[in-house]
Ligand binder design. Sequence first.
Ligand code: GLU
Length: 486
Amino acid sequence: MSVRVRYGPSPTGEPHVGNIRTALFDWLLARRFGGQFIVRIEDTDQSRAVEGTEQLILDALTWLGLDWDEGPGIGGPYGPYRQSERLPMYVEAAHRLVDEGKAYRCNCSPERLAALRKSQQQAKQPPGYDRRCRELRLPGDEPHVVRLGMPLSGDTIVNDYLRGDVSFQNSLLDDHVLLKRDGFPTYHLASVVDDHLMEITHVIRGEEWLSSAPRHVQTYAALGWDEPAWVHIPIIRGPDKGKLSKRHGATSIRQYAEEGFLPEALLNFLALLGWSKDETTTIMSRDEISQSFDLDGLGLASAMFDIERLREMNARYIRDLEPGDFLRRGRPYLEARIGRSIDDDALDTLIPIAPDIQERVKLLPEFADYTDFFFSEGPLDYANAELMGRGYKNKPWAALESVEASLAALREIEPSQWTTPVLESTLRELATSRGEKAGAVFTPIRVATTGKRIAPPLFETLETLGQELTVERLNAAAERLARPDD
Ligand code: GLU
């Protein structure tokens, strides 16, 4: 099967999940069947254009790894790939339809159309243009729009890949505008002309476009062109079945990146919003998805967006990263936290403990919480009460004694023996010999060395921190406990 698919974003805002899911399905279909994925910027509605959003859209695609074969920045044999640069093609198509009597000029004023709409509303009639200009054959020298002369009776059949034949009564469809007064095409004309000229084989788009599809089918017919395959995918809903919105945790792609989601986790999650490989598989790499994707895996049941599921998936992807890769992805958050940069060698001292941190991090920014103390200079910031924990609650003298005993035991360890197993047996034995609970003894050590009560596992942490820094921080803790009024 030859596949040419296009993603046609309008640069009117930040790309969000619904929008990018369409791009993903396009990309997957192209990759699966060795076809082309085309990005076409649909910027003919100049009043809605928002400066800078085209770049945000391209950045989102790049971040997710959805590379395009033709489009902005790289061009291609069917360019230009920005609709505002293709105006002559739309004008030519519209003029041909007028010349052939299949479309017509209309000079109804906006005021007349507004009054018409109002009277239709009052009479409880469906809104739509009343075709006043259809038979007038107006000359082209006055301001006008061009409308398609739609069939007046019968049905228009849209053959949708997921729904089969969907039938629309022509009597309910008015003569829509193809070319606006300012010479710009409407979406209806531009998308048809471009899809034809760019030899698009499959139009994948949200089902909100299904009601426009009969207009596109009629435009193809009028122009004498073959239609592409229509694939209207179900819209994404929140768990409450409502249309997806911010309250479901759905945000722009850039925000997911900033919140610390991995692109591969988001890609996996988005692919499952309307597509499945089989009944059970949920975790799939980009390659696995693109090797198994096909249109038959798309379903009509609406796709449910569950942010908790995305979080779980992200945690799973973080856990499965190579430790070195994980550290590099976390590094920017750590650097931002401590206010200086960390080179590869320093970062790689964390490799042994990285898997323990990966178990705990669900979103990348949390990386800083589990690692900042390895790199902090000067005293750590914690309260004496935290140091005492539950074991020595309101007993600074008891905590002090315990810390001093730990210090003595830790100082005695030979530097070459500073390993997780030795640290563990040393400190457990200490607790036993003092007749105390391990938790009571460990809490002050954890807080003294990390500044927090929740940190990576203690012995691995101490091993990574090294003997010198461990002893130095325990000394500082002992001094603080000796001055309990702090
Ligand atoms: N420009 C349209 C949009 O932003 C594209 C619809 C389509 O894919 O045909 O939704």
